[in-house]
Design a protein. Structure first.
Length: 452
């Protein structure tokens, strides 16, 4: 692996880990730092600090400089070779630039410490995130706990109750300006709904930034970010203050002429309008508000059995699969624990793996969660040789599982049990669950998980 790929991989890993933790906290309706275990805090602190020190370990500084300058050119210059603004992952961009820029000026700043330069980067990336939201807004209204009006404390601090209205008016003018530059229609949009949508969609980005700079700078977080009761509206303003952004929402932050020129350059890219119009917001930009979910399952287990009753083995000529297995991440049906569907992996290694193991490598980077339909079992896999079975989300009228379908009682989906499986998958706890199960049950070790 090339050395430049190593430090970029470390920075991407830090950004992805932070984003995953934020999503897990939001899924549990918790404030940013509420109920974080010592293990999570220590792991994230070590990862962020290690990522900050990586540039010092690289002998050829030109490689880091080249990567950082290339990203800066995407923001400042653009061009056909650069991705357009709706394709950017703004938080990963912020992490990479914050950790990589100090290597360009080693005499001034050796490593990232959360200085004024990082604040400017945050403002630019926040602006890019806002532009993304305005360009991909489709007119739907917010359905979260975010309120349209400003919080009472902010109104009293500013001495006016019309701040929300003025922010909505300014945001509406920016919405019209950005979309006109991109040749996108400016449909009839309610300014207050647009403001609510932007605040709701900006909160996950701000939460990720708060986690990153909290563990990078070790600046104590406000008590509000550790509250047992999560109030998104209040946390929005708290994060603005903690990150050093304008407390009066967004307007005062982006009045610099240089930033206005950046917005014009981003939105004038001919690819923006075509990409948004052709693919929609979900096609060109990941929704920050939407939390990744497992596939939807029918309430009645008999419906699920009927759907796989005629599932053919992909490797045979029309024969039914003996062990049809559904990937709960993407919903694909597989023929598990059968020699007919084994695949050589890695290619050229002469090592054969089962359909689930092979699918988990491509669908979940080696980690997978599957439902063996005819046995009513949940299969967890991690790597090629580790796995276990856990209780399925389908229970009978007595609240008991029926693994193997031996009793034959009607089974129905239990929402709480399925939510626990979702939390396990979302928080990347599948390897931990497998390890604990293998330690407590010696028979699990004897199973040839790579053939499933």
């Amino acid at each position: 692996m090339h050395q430049v790929d190593v430090f970029l991989m470390v920075w991407d890993s830090a950004a992805y880990t932070i984003h995953t933790l934020e999503e897990t906290q939001r899924n549990a309706n918790r404030a940013l730092l509420t109920a974080l275990s010592a293990r999570q805090r220590d792991c994230l602190a070590a990862l962020v600090k290690f990522a900050a020190y990586v540039p010092l370990c690289v002998k050829k500084k030109q490689m880091i400089e080249g990567a950082v300058v290339r990203l800066l050119s995407y923001i400042l210059e653009g061009g056909e070779a650069a991705p357009c603004v709706v394709e950017w992952d703004t938080f990963s961009l912020l992490v990479t630039l914050s950790l990589g820029l100090p290597s360009i000026f080693p005499n001034i700043q050796g490593i990232a410490i959360g200085c004024q330069q990082d604040l400017h980067l945050l403002q630019v990336c926040f602006l890019a995130h806002l532009v993304q939201l305005l360009l991909t807004y489709e007119g739907h209204t917010s359905n979260s706990n975010m309120e349209v009006d400003d919080e009472t404390d902010e109104q009293s601090d500013e001495g006016t109750s019309t701040t929300g209205s003025s922010d909505a008016t300014w945001l509406m003018s920016m919405f019209t300006h950005c979309r006109s530059l991109a040749n996108l229609p400016t449909t009839n949009v309610e300014p207050q709904h647009l403001l609510s949508y932007v605040k709701e969609s900006c909160l996950p980005f701000l939460r990720c930034c708060g986690l990153f700079f909290h563990f990078l700078t070790e600046v104590p977080a406000p008590e509000e970010l550790q509250s047992s009761v999560w109030v998104p509206e209040s946390e929005f303003y708290c994060l603005l203050r903690y990150l050093g952004l304008a407390v009066n929402q967004l307007r005062p932050t982006f009045i610099e002429p240089a930033l206005s020129e950046l917005v014009n350059k981003w939105c004038s890219d001919s690819r923006v309008g075509a990409m948004v119009s052709g693919a929609g917001s979900e096609g060109c930009m990941r929704s920050w508000v939407r939390i990744n979910q497992l596939v939807s399952l029918p309430h009645d287990y008999s419906e699920l059995i009927n759907t796989v009753s005629q599932f053919p083995c992909p490797a045979s000529s029309g024969d039914d699969s003996r062990t049809p297995t559904m990937c709960l991440v993407c919903g694909k049906m597989l023929c598990s624990q059968s020699y007919c569907c084994q695949t050589e992996f890695p290619e050229g290694s002469r090592q054969m793996v089962g359909a689930c193991t092979y699918h988990a490598h491509h669908c979940g980077a080696g980690t997978g969660i599957f439902l063996r339909v005819r046995e009513c079992k949940i299969l967890l896999l991690s790597g090629r040789i580790k796995g276990c079975f856990v209780n399925p989300p389908y229970l009978d009228e007595y609240g008991e599982t029926d693994q193997g379908l031996k009793r034959g009682n009607p089974l129905h989906l239990d929402a709480k049990q399925y939510a626990r499986l979702h939390t396990m998958w979302l928080s990347h706890s599948i390897p931990d669950t497998i390890a604990h199960t293998m330690e407590s049950n010696s028979s699990v070790m004897a199973t040839e998980w790579q053939h499933l």
